[in-house]
Design a protein. Structure first.
Length: 341
């Protein structure tokens, strides 16, 4: 395998949308209504999500239009950056240190995430992952520095979120509550739309063959046997979907191994990096774009980088058989809800 070239990592800190002061204030008012609703403020309560869906229409017009346009046409990079969202920084407290940290009670950032999720589709979670919480903390955890996941701080390799899963998210949302004090941590993305013209015909053909296998992460409890083979590129040949996790996808043939190595090189060549600041929301189209993170050095003193994450399914109905009670949580590693005996 050829050595990996130095990544160009085009800086995408220039956002797609910067809210005005009036738009930020309007968004904060809507989020506060959702946070303070008298009927209940548990984020994972379906009634709270229903309320977020109702309040979506009250968000500023430019924000709603930008999100709707991105859902239909995610562009060549497959990622959206919105700046100026309210996160109530003075109320945050210390960055969590525990593995599996989530947000169960309503806050302004959680409300922002849920409002946007209801505009893009529907929020979703996976029961084995962070206990199925709809809003999850992405923070470095002591002792997990080398972990290939959201708790680590080493270079996080490119991946589609939950690439192994039949109902992986359509969109991944990351809202920055607190930036990395050193300014080192950056969200990296690479889109198949920019990689595709760089692929030779042989590699492209190999990536369309079902000669790859992706294992679930340890957090999902493993699987009952080997995962079913799948292709990395599927759908329309001229604009395919992408399904790969560079840390968990195994090539099953020599040509698949060569194609996967070439794909990794091109991810590096086309990588874009966004160093998120408080109030920045990154939305990644998980169908066509992989994401990762640069390495950084956490302090574990309450000031570390703190993102909150929510997954979105554009068509919730497709996973109905896999969600108990028509809720928002997929129940097990295979995606099947429990059935009565």
């Amino acid at each position: 395998m050829a050595s990996v070239p130095v990544s160009l990592d085009i800086d995408i800190s220039a956002p797609d949308l910067v809210l005005t002061g009036a738009e930020t204030a309007a968004t904060a008012r809507v989020a506060a209504l959702l946070r303070d609703r008298p009927e209940g403020t548990l984020v994972d309560d379906p009634a709270w999500v229903d309320s977020a869906r109702d309040h979506w229409e009250e968000l500023p017009t430019r924000l709603r239009r930008t999100l709707r346009d991105f859902r239909r046409a995610p562009g060549p990079g497959g990622a959206l950056l919105v700046r100026g969202l309210p996160v109530a920084g003075s109320e945050l407290g210390d960055t969590p240190l525990s593995d599996g940290s989530v947000q169960r009670t309503a806050t302004v950032p959680a409300a922002v995430l849920m409002l946007v999720a209801c505009g893009l589709g529907d929020p979703a979670a996976f029961r084995p992952e962070k206990t199925g919480a709809l809003v999850q903390d992405v923070v470095p955890v002591p002792g997990r520095e080398e972990f290939q996941g959201n708790a680590g701080s080493v270079l996080l390799t490119f991946h589609n979120e939950n690439a192994f899963h039949p109902h992986r998210p359509d969109f991944v949302m990351l809202l920055c509550l607190r930036a990395d004090p050193e300014g080192l941590a950056g969200l990296r993305t690479s889109c198949v739309r920019e990689v595709l013209p760089l692929l030779d015909a042989q590699t492209r053909s190999a990536l369309h063959r079902p000669e790859f296998r992706t294992a679930p992460p340890p957090s999902f409890g493993g699987s009952d046997g080997p995962a079913a083979p799948h292709a990395v590129l599927t759908g329309a040949y001229e604009d395919p979907d992408l399904r790969v996790d560079m840390a968990a996808t195994e090539p099953l043939t020599e040509r698949a191994a060569a194609a996967l190595a070439e794909l990794q090189l091109l991810f590096e060549r086309t990588a874009r990096t966004a160093r998120l600041e408080p109030g920045d929301l990154a939305v990644v189209d998980n169908r066509i774009t992989v994401h990762g993170r640069t390495a950084f050095s956490p302090r574990f003193d309450g000031t570390d980088r703190w993102l909150q994450r929510t997954f979105v399914l554009a068509d919730l109905r497709r996973s109905r058989a896999h969600r108990a009670g028509d809720g928002y949580v997929l129940a097990d590693p295979t995606g099947h809800a429990a059935r009565p005996a």
